[in-house]
Design a protein around this ligand. Structure first.
Ligand code: FES
Ligand code: FES
Length: 149
């Protein structure tokens, strides 16, 4: 059994402590915006926030997230208003197939919380998410737009 707080709501889930957080978010809680890509912390499709930090949830045991504030893509908008990263994504038409994009957006939102005006070098070192559709140029432009919003 694990007790989690996801997007401000409490959930009691009947899982083993070493179950990956991603599985719990998708299968037990039913929030499917967070995606499974590689399962080995390489692609970033599963990125969520744990206490405000970007975390690859496929590789975090659920026990490590207990007692912390977990935010998924479904909880990023506040009070019906899109997060500035989401707005920039819409304005720059970033997504192609969309599969990687919730993880990408969560990683970028965490970066902008740490560094309000990231340089290209900051982006290169922090946003290591993989996009098979090759949206990297649009992602970079949208990050700078969100930083200046
Ligand atoms: S599914 Fe978690 S990093 Fe790829
Ligand atoms: S938009 Fe298709 S994988 Fe990134």
């Amino acid at each position: 059994m694990a007790r989690l707080t996801i997007n401000g709501q409490s959930h009691n889930v009947d899982v083993e402590p070493d179950t990956p957080l991603l599985w719990v978010i998708r299968e037990n809680v039913g929030l499917t915006g967070t995606k499974y890509g590689c399962g080995i912390a390489q692609c970033g499709a599963c990125t969520v926030h744990v206490d405000g930090e970007a975390v690859r949830s496929c590789s975090l045991p659920v026990s490590a997230a207990e007692g912390k504030q977990i935010t998924t893509i479904e909880g990023l908008a506040q009070g019906g208003n899109l997060h500035k990263v989401q707005k920039a994504w819409v304005e720059h038409d970033v997504p192609q197939c969309g599969y990687c994009q919730s993880g990408m957006i969560m990683a970028v939102a965490a970066l902008l919380r740490e560094k309000s005006k990231p340089t290209d070098a900051d982006i290169n070192s922090t946003i290591t998410n993989i996009c098979r559709c090759g949206t990297f140029q649009q992602v970079r432009a949208a990050i700078h737009a969100a930083a200046n919003a």
